[in-house]
Design a protein around this ligand. Structure first.
Ligand SMILES: Cc1cc2nc3c(=O)[nH]c(=O)nc-3n(C[C@H](O)[C@H](O)[C@H](O)COP(=O)(O)OP(=O)(O)OC[C@H]3O[C@@H](n4cnc5c(N)ncnc54)[C@H](O)[C@@H]3O)c2cc1C
Length: 383
């Protein structure tokens, strides 16, 4: 079965060519059960780079083709959620640099990320501020030579082994979100202390990072002081849509597995596929999947063509993509019956893998707030 949407008004010739390349791609075998996922992630990064897919996440000309990014994430996630994590983080951990970095920062960091030789990270969340980004307390104090970081981040993908992290810290130009700045911090910088891996319900490298008198040179600042929140949101305006695409890829894999299952299983003396209740369930899955795909690719098209609000589209795509995908995967597991909850079953694995997408890069409830605020702002509501 085909993993993605066929020709559509959202796609151009180059997207259909890319879809062909993506369809041939298979994730390399890696040890996903290892408590230390570094080796697996480095193998996946090398493979994704060789296939040319990381170039889509970190565009050389600084113009992202979001439809291509979404196609890549959908296809890669169809194959492997861990490979999708690696692909996505190369983009999220590089976005601040290609969008707002100096020529020196771009020259130093971007090519190794594109080549899969360096692994990137993005450190925003703290123990007391995940959804509440404006409450970040990690501080960056200005010194004669640069900055000193103190504070703690948690739930950071690719920690503890990423080669650099985009770190958001309070520099105090204004209260709340307007007093944050973005920094690039290299692995091994004295005072940067990555913690032990946090085990998750599905394979995904994650760890806390502490900063204790961590001295940074002045040129570790990305963009201007106080621009950190805007830089983080510019990154999310691109990558939230692609989280929806990845969720669609996982849901499509679960849907395909469920179709195979009902075709091969007999219940009540007939093919399970002939039971009306089973057909209703499949129809609902297809409706959810199509709704999710449309939300994702119309948002990507909007951004690529400058149509409407990129922020509202991205939140809508993330919300619809991940919520509908979650329903599809749940329904696919239900069609497998008891086999669906046995360890090692493909739908059991996807069920665990797809869940976190409704939480990271802004939980579903946060996306609704963004959508409503953007709608009301356009209608003239002042903050
Ligand atoms: C697999 C994974 C990878 C991650 N990777 C990274 C990373 O690389 N970098 C990084 O910085 N962070 C990362 N995170 C952290 C992630 O961004 C946060 O978990 C997320 O923003 C939610 O923050 P929180 O966990 O502190 O939950 P909280 O902010 O405590 O929120 C808890 C729940 O409350 C609800 N909620 C929140 N706000 C509202 C509201 N206003 N109204 C109604 N309900 C609300 C939501 O359901 C939310 O899930 C990752 C998380 C996971 C699970």
């Amino acid at each position: 079965m085909h993993w993605t949407m066929g020709p559509s008004p959202f796609f151009e010739e180059r997207h259909m060519k890319l879809a062909g390349r993506l369809e041939d791609w298979r994730a390399p075998e890696v040890d996903e059960d290892s408590p230390d996922l570094e080796a697996a992630c480095r193998t996946l990064a090398g493979d994704l780079a060789d296939a040319g897919f990381i170039d889509l996440m970190v565009p050389v000309n600084s113009v992202v083709d979001l439809r291509a990014v979404c196609l890549a994430r959908e296809a890669v996630a169809y194959n492997s959620a861990l490979a999708d994590e690696v692909l996505a983080m190369q983009g999220i951990g590089a976005g601040a640099i290609w969008m707002h970095g100096t020529p020196e920062q771009k020259a130093r960091y971007l090519d190794p990320i594109r080549q899969g030789k360096a692994i990137a990270g993005f450190a925003l969340t703290e123990p007391a501020s995940g959804s509440d980004v404006a409450n970040i307390t990690t501080r960056a104090e200005r010194t004669d030579r640069g900055y000193v970081l103190n504070g703690a981040k948690t739930l950071i993908s690719n920690a503890p082994f990423a080669d650099h992290y985009i770190v958001m810290a309070r520099t105090g130009e204004a209260p709340g979100a307007k007093g944050l700045s973005a920094f690039v911090v290299d692995r091994g910088t004295p005072g940067m202390i990555p913690g032990e891996p946090i085990p998750l319900i599905a394979p995904h490298p994650l760890a806390p990072i502490a900063f204790e008198d961590c001295h940074l040179p002045a040129d570790a600042l990305i963009g201007t002081p106080g621009a950190g929140f805007a830089i983080a949101m510019a990154t999310f305006d691109i990558f939230r849509t692609s989280v929806g695409a990845a969720a669609v890829g996982m849901a499509r894999r679960a849907r395909d597995a469920a179709v195979e299952r009902v075709l091969s299983r007999h219940l009540f003396g007939d093919s399970m596929a002939r039971l009306p209740g089973v057909q209703t369930s499949l129809a609902e899955m297809e409706i959810d999947l199509t709704t999710a795909s449309l939300a994702v690719y119309s948002a990507a098209w909007n951004r690529d063509t400058g149509n409407g609000s990129a922020t509202r589209s991205a939140s809508l795509a993330k919300y619809v993509g991940t919520e509908h995908a979650g329903r599809v995967v749940d329904a696919a597991l239900q069609l497998f019956g008891g086999a669906g909850v046995t360890r090692g079953n493909i739908v059991e694995k996807i069920y665990r893998e797809v869940r976190a997408a409704r939480i990271y890069e802004g939980a579903s409830e946060v996306q609704k707030i963004v959508i409503a605020r953007d709608l009301l702002k356009a209608a003239g509501l002042k903050r």
